[in-house]
Design a protein. Structure first.
Length: 262
């Protein structure tokens, strides 16, 4: 979807919601908010619909109010409040429907209130403040370091046992996520501010392109080599967070000198 088509979809969405008296607000999220980074060819639509109490379910189950509803190829309930919609042309819309009080369960960073017939803007500012407070809490670096190291052990062991899919998840998902949290904590404030504070995987390559490319190259290798490459990066970038005895123990597992019993 081109940026122009993305903007047209947004305009049609807000216009349709504005005609429904049960709708008291519309909140555009992420790239749809108009805040940078702006939509590109790969952007989907993320938004909240805020309704009068008691009518939320109508908007989750009857989707004729969406733009181009006849072109919907797939829809399913993702959460208690949220729905995903895939269009025949490949465009994805992800939205949640709340009444004013239910907005408190949401978490956001970039957003724009596009329709406000109640105190939606005030409620969203509270949501943003709560989200920011949670995201800015100092992570337990020792816990993340331990989770990273043990994920390498488990992932390598599972792969060696023949449970390659499980090993893949531990190395390329769990270990990576904990390592990224640790790396974020070492970034200068101005660099860290450019990242997505709700997802440690988002936009890391834009802030540390050299390290982002190195991590990607590591993840493309077979499991044992990927685990060793991730450990080498962590030892180089975060030496004070990885105790020598623990590093040595993990190194033995990755070298095949110990057989994981996990």
């Amino acid at each position: 979807m081109t940026p122009e088509a993305h903007a047209a979809f947004t305009a049609a969405l807000v216009s349709a919601l504005a005609t429904d008296p049960d709708v008291v607000g519309a909140v555009l999220l992420g790239s749809s908010s108009g805040l940078p980074p702006l939509p590109d060819a790969f952007s989907d639509h993320d938004f909240f619909v805020v309704t009068r109490p008691g009518v939320q379910e109508r908007f989750r189950t009857t989707l004729g109010w969406l733009p181009d509803a006849a072109a919907i190829a797939l829809t399913f309930r993702e959460t208690a409040h949220g729905v995903k919609v895939l269009y025949a042309g490949g465009h994805l819309a992800e939205f949640a429907v709340f009444d004013l009080d239910e907005l408190a369960v949401a978490r956001v960073n970039r957003y724009r209130v596009a329709l406000d017939r109640a105190d939606v803007a005030t409620r969203m500012e509270r949501v943003r403040a709560a989200s920011s407070a949670e995201a800015s809490a100092v992570p337990d670096l020792g816990w993340h370091a331990g989770q990273f190291l043990t994920a390498l052990v488990v992932g390598t062991g599972r792969d060696a046992r023949g449970e390659r899919l499980s090993g893949h998840v531990f190395l390329r998902c769990h270990a990576l996520r904990h390592l990224l949290v640790l790396l974020h904590a070492r970034l200068p404030h101005d660099a860290a501010a450019r990242l997505d504070n709700l997802d440690p995987h988002r936009r890391f390559e834009l802030v540390r392109p050299d390290l982002g490319h190195e991590l990607e190259a590591a993840l493309r290798q077979p499991a044992p080599a990927a685990a060793k490459a991730l450990l080498d990066i962590a030892v180089r970038e975060l030496p004070e967070l990885l105790p020598s005895p623990a590093r040595a123990a993990v190194g033995l597992v990755l070298a095949g000198d110990l057989r994981s019993t996990i």
